[in-house]
Unconditional design. Structure first.
Length: 118
């Protein structure tokens, strides 16, 4: 199983970015999909997660500004980030809890850099 993330970049404070992540491989089903981030000098933290049923949860720091969505047919998850702040700067990692035909496991994409300038 591989996760391919895209969509990071440089944006001014107040701007928007959209991150996308596609899972591929021997996937039977995907339970949870979401995003973590690692901001400079901080531990990796959960940003947003969405279940197969569409229930979403967000870190308090991004509530009201970020939205997460997924396409079950395409095995993709997207993170729409609005009203970005400099403190949102960091490397964003998508993840999925995937049921393959052999096992259940957590898979991670490569990080994508988000930089918000003040």
């Amino acid at each position: 199983v591989q996760l391919q993330a895209s969509g990071g970049g440089l944006v001014q404070a107040g701007g928007s970015l959209r991150l996308s992540c596609a899972a591929s491989g021997s996937i039977r089903s995907i339970d949870v999909m979401g995003w973590h981030r690692q901001c400079p000098g901080k531990q990796r933290e959960l940003v947003a997660v969405i279940t197969a049923g569409g229930n979403a949860n967000f870190a308090d720091s991004v509530k009201g500004r970020f939205n997460i969505s997924r396409d079950g047919a395409k095995n993709t998850v997207s993170l729409q980030m609005n009203s970005l702040k400099p403190e949102d700067t960091g490397v964003y990692y998508c993840f999925s809890k995937v049921q393959t035909y052999a096992s259940l496991g957590d898979y991670w994409g490569q990080g994508t850099q988000v930089t918000v300038s003040s």
